[in-house]
Design a protein around this ligand. Sequence first.
Ligand code: FAD
Length: 382
Amino acid sequence: MKHCDVAIIGGGVAGCSAAIHLARRGVNAVLFESKTYPHHKVCGEFLSPECGDLLNDLGVMPDVLVHRPPALDTIRFVTPGGVEWTTRLEEDALGLSRYALDDLLMRQARDLGVEVHEHTTVQNIQKTNGKPFLLDVHTHSGDSDCVEAQVVIAAHGKRSRVDTALNRSFLRRSQPFVGLKAHFRGPHTGTRIDLFTFPGGYCGMSAVEGGVVNVCLLVQQDVFHRAGGVNEFVAWMASQNPLLGEWLAQAEMLYPRWLSISQVTFAPKNPVEGGLLMAGDSAALIAPLAGNGMAMALRSGEMAARYAAELLSGTQTLDAYAHEWRAAFGERLRLAGFLQAVLLRPALLEPGLRLLNTIPALGSYFVHHTREYTAHSRLETQ
Ligand SMILES: Cc1cc2nc3c(=O)[nH]c(=O)nc-3n(C[C@H](O)[C@H](O)[C@H](O)COP(=O)(O)OP(=O)(O)OC[C@H]3O[C@@H](n4cnc5c(N)ncnc54)[C@H](O)[C@@H]3O)c2cc1C
């Protein structure tokens, strides 16, 4: 049996952030990731300005800039009826693929001494009062092992067998969305992020490194299934929003097929369950239109690492983590959920965007309050 102080389940942005912060504190941490690096992920790949400080703290900004990620400074919403609302971000954001980002974060964790096990899935977790956690770990090649850990950070993303093992209540709520993503080469989108709405969903489009455009969308499951297949759905979506359809018709898809995820839910979750510190999407998924999920994942990874170290020394409690987590993220989760509900109702959306065109301060309020700005949150693109 293997022993460690802290086991981290999942090596996305939250898990890698936790791993790097633990290594910096000299804590012995082991990270388990089901996939191998690098890999593509369903994500809008928009790194909000708040990520600047967080990536600097992790010491990876030079590696980020090696990829020459384009700066993004404007968001435009476009409805099927052609109503538009455009707003400038308070600070520049960056477009960087998850293929590059997760890989460079994992490398930083490994360079700092974290044991990273790729192609390794945590299948189950057991905990007996007063004893360490026992993790049932399986490798892709069929080997299995039992790992003993004093503290566990669960950073396994939106949904995983870990949630089933913990019998988490959000699994019994409806899981109403499907996400799709692909990279394209197409007409230049410049420094703008476009959000095209259509009945039952929205599709984001913005530049990432290498002159590539990322197209990523979220759609209600019933709308998606009604089309009868991925390509049929994309053709239907393109017919609903003429500007989106025009762009897609001129673009070349760089993936063999769309990447997809299903059973996406925004149901509330708890930041602590079964004695585990939840970080990133395993603690809560913010509506993608806020473009703030990765910032929340990076930040909650740091928070979980800090609490893990303090739990080991007996100076903090799990309740305190849950309290700090809710104070940090509760408000933006609620506001983003409300904005997504409006976006999915065409009858509310067009009058809403007209209102934002009339009262620009209202739009700035929404952009500001779905994220957190610090004095130094600027992403330096050099
Ligand atoms: C459609 C859509 C668009 C989005 N667009 C944006 C955007 O533009 N900007 C933004 O900031 N956010 C965006 N988000 C949100 C963002 O993608 C997430 O918030 C972010 O990926 C969360 O990171 P994470 O580390 O928590 O989870 P993930 O990145 O999902 O990482 C979890 C990792 O855990 C691994 N794993 C799972 N189970 C196990 C297990 N049992 N054992 C071992 N490993 C396991 C997985 O393989 C995965 O690598 C979007 C989300 C969606 C759905």
